[in-house]
Design a protein around this ligand. Structure first.
Ligand code: NIG
Ligand code: FE
Length: 405
């Protein structure tokens, strides 16, 4: 099927040939099935099966949220109340709240109930411009419950237009029933990773490498096992303390290291040297009421490619709107407008190993396109919310139209 988009004000995309964000004024864009067939600057008459009037919209690539924990059973508003009365994320975790309380509720809730609840969330991401979402397991922490989580991701992916990319995160915390931490690492390596891999339920493996969670040695062991089973690595690195996780991300050639609020310079240099994408999650810093944002300016100056993602989860951040986290990344992390735009499109695609098909509006790329009632991309973080999105095309199909427009 051929679809023609016409009446375009501007097309704004990162362009890897020019190594910059470019503003173009094409006459039309032709989509063939789910891919961009051509971006045309002359008004050639195409026999399209379907025509879309962009109504003078600015067009951008769909956003890629490369870090979420979308699959959970119950909310943690009580953690939030404790935080505003002065307790820290770590204090709450140490007193039985935090990730452990999410594990408890996840295990007790049926797969069907969790699936039903998650189904309500996906359309919110889409309306906010997110067309691809990385989703982590990690609230099950037993073989059976981690498989439950990953199977929910699989079913959601089959059911919705939005594409979900699956990450196994059995190493999110230690489950309450284990006697010693290393025996849980053995369970991850000997049972969970082989099973996840043989069922083809995940593409990435993530470890919370942080004081009080997984130490460097345990992280290296899990990473080696993930490598043996063809899962690519991501790390939650140096979120609350500098534990040298950014450096380790470089050593293991992780695809990305995420958070990095406390990462040290030699760690960032090692990430840059080994092409590890530095993913910052400023929504989490805000939501935790913390003051130290990740220094993305320094990361870029050291040669890292920076991606920006939401980290949507029930505990440390419920913000899923990419325009909102773009605003935070520009206000507090030192990114320019062009850098933040590249960070949620092309670099976010890199953080999911998909920059050959996602993150740009370009021939042969997947046709994931946002239509905006704005004049320049600086208005994306400026309006903070995503209410200026008038339509969304996903895999070549018109999947959302804002009623107001
Ligand atoms: O990325 N830091 C670890 N994981 C999440 C928080 C998950 C939770 O609190 O439930 C994060 O912030
Ligand atoms: Fe996270």
């Amino acid at each position: 099927m051929l679809t023609k988009i016409y009446n375009i004000k501007y097309l704004v995309t990162y362009d890897d040939d020019r190594n910059d964000v470019v503003i173009q004024t094409p006459k039309n864009i032709i989509i063939k099935d789910d891919k961009i067939d051509s971006v045309n600057f002359k008004d050639i008459d195409y026999e399209a099966d379907y025509e879309i009037n962009a109504n003078n919209a600015l067009l951008s690539p769909g956003f890629i949220d490369s870090h979420t924990h979308l699959i959970f059973a119950s909310n943690r508003a009580d953690d939030f109340s404790k935080r505003i009365s002065g307790q820290s994320y770590i204090d709450i975790a140490n007193s039985g709240g935090g990730i452990k309380s999410s594990i408890n509720s996840f295990r007790k809730t049926s797969k069907e109930e969790i699936l039903k609840d998650c189904e309500k969330k996906i359309p919110f991401f889409l309306k906010n411009g997110t067309t691809t979402i990385e989703v982590k397991s990690g609230y099950g922490l037993s073989l059976e419950d981690e498989l439950k989580s990953l199977n929910i991701i699989k079913e959601l992916n089959e059911k919705f237009d939005v594409d979900l990319v699956s990450t196994f995160m059995g190493a999110h915390d230690f489950p309450p029933e284990i006697k010693d931490k290393n025996s849980y690492v053995d369970l991850i390596c000997n049972e969970m990773i082989p099973e996840v891999s043989s069922k083809n339920l995940a593409e990435f493996c993530d470890v919370f490498c942080e004081q009080g969670y997984f130490d460097i040695e345990q992280t290296l062991k899990i990473s080696q096992c993930a490598h043996d089973y063809n899962l690519k690595m991501k790390l939650h690195a140096d979120e609350f303390n500098d534990s040298g996780a950014a450096f380790i991300a470089g050593e293991i050639k992780a695809v990305s290291a995420d958070h990095l609020m406390q990462a040290n310079e030699s760690g960032l240099r090692n990430m840059s040297k080994n092409n590890v994408i530095a993913t910052i999650l400023p929504g989490t810093t805000l939501f935790l009421g913390m003051r130290t944002y990740a220094n993305a300016r320094k990361m870029i100056d050291l040669g890292c490619d920076v991606a920006v993602a939401s980290d949507y989860n029930p505990g440390s951040n419920t913000i899923y709107s990419i325009p909102s986290v773009m605003a935070l990344a520009t206000l507090y992390c030192g990114l320019t407008i062009n850098e933040v735009f590249k960070a949620v499109t092309f670099n976010a695609a890199k953080a999911l190993n998909r920059s050959h098909v996602l993150g740009m509006i370009k021939k042969d790329y997947i046709a994931d396109i946002l239509f905006w009632d704005i004049n320049s991309i600086s208005e994306i973080p400026y309006w903070f919310n995503a209410d200026r999105i008038t339509s969304v095309i996903k895999n070549g199909k018109l999947v959302f139209q804002n009623e107001i427009n």
